[in-house]
Each structure stands twice: as structure tokens, then as C-alpha cells.
Design a protein around this ligand. Sequence first.
Ligand code: 3PG
Length: 202
Amino acid sequence: MWDLWLERAKPVMPVIVIDDLETAVPMAQALVAGGVRLLEVTLRTAHGLEAIKEIKNAVPEAIVGVGTVTSSKDLENALKEGAEFAVSPGFTRDILACAREWGGPFLPGVLTPTEVMQVRDAGFMWQKFFPAAAAGGVDMLKSLGGPFADVRFCPTGGIGPETYHDYLALKNVFAVGGSWLTPKEAMSARNWQAIKTIAIAT
Ligand code: 3PG
């Protein structure tokens, strides 16, 4: 699925925190206008689920997923609202089972070779590498590429406009994620032009 989506979307994924539900749709429109279509709406605030539903209804060009999934219940709830993909900072046996039953694009979070092997054994070849910068960044991903050449990563955590290119240049990285695409200041000032400009420049 990621391959298919990436044919028509930039390989960047804003990690979105919705403090005010009214910002969800105009923010998504600004990102999409700038060519950023893979949107990870996190469950870090109470508005996450509703935001997913609203963006899905109002911005058909967006590919909307759910982030910060930390339980199978989170995943089930987000799928009910129409989330097209799901991302977790880690994984539990329960989440992996639920994601396998769903069969859709789920990115479990990993950090170590052992975790890469655990989720690969469970059938997940596309993984989130989190927290990327704190865990060794580009060098760590290069090292993981040796034994795990078949695994593709989406690093997130501590990545910004100055560093995302370095990650995307790695052949085991299919996309990068982060909150730099939807800065808190621009969101609270409802500065959609600023968000569109960042999306265009990315
Ligand atoms: C995530 O959950 O992917 C990260 O918290 C995003 O990290 P960032 O805010 O450093 O981009």
C-alpha cells in the first residue's frame, strides 16, 4: 500500500496534534495544497478521532491515518472513523494481533534489532523507527540495513527541515515523519499559508 501511495504523495508524514478541532480541515487542506497527502493524526489529544473523520469527509485528496496508537482499542476506534493507515510508537502483542486481523497498513514502532525481528516475524516489513534522532538517526538506520535489508523504515522523532533529506537518501527509508510540518505556532495562529509553504518546500 505504501508503494502505491508514494507514487502520488510526498514521502513525508506530518505527525499532527489537534488542539482545536476547528483547525483539522483547513490544516489538511493546506498540507494537501502543498503536495503532502499522507497525514498522521495522532491520538495525543481528545480530538484525534473526530479530526480523522472530519478530514476524511472534507479533504478527499488526503490519505488519513492514525498515530500514537498505543492499544488495540485505539486502533479499533480509529478504523471505525475511517483511518486508512495506523502508526504506533511501539508494539504490543495485542496491537500486532489486531493489526494483522485488520490487514491494513500498520507501522509498529521499533528501536532495536530485536524489535525489528519481533515485528518482522509477525509479518510487518514496514516499520516506524522511533525516536529516530535520539536513537542514532541515520547511522543507526544504516546499521540496521545490513542484517535487515528487507525491512523498510519510516523514521520519526527529532527530524526537521535540515535533516529529513539525509534520512530519505537511505535505501531502507520509505518516508520520514515529524511535527515540523505542522508547527504549533502556525497551528494556533491558524496560519495556513505558512503550513502550505512548508509543505511545498518539503
Ligand atoms: C512521533 O510520534 O513520531 C514523534 O513524536 C514526532 O517527533 P517530532 O515531534 O520530534 O517530529
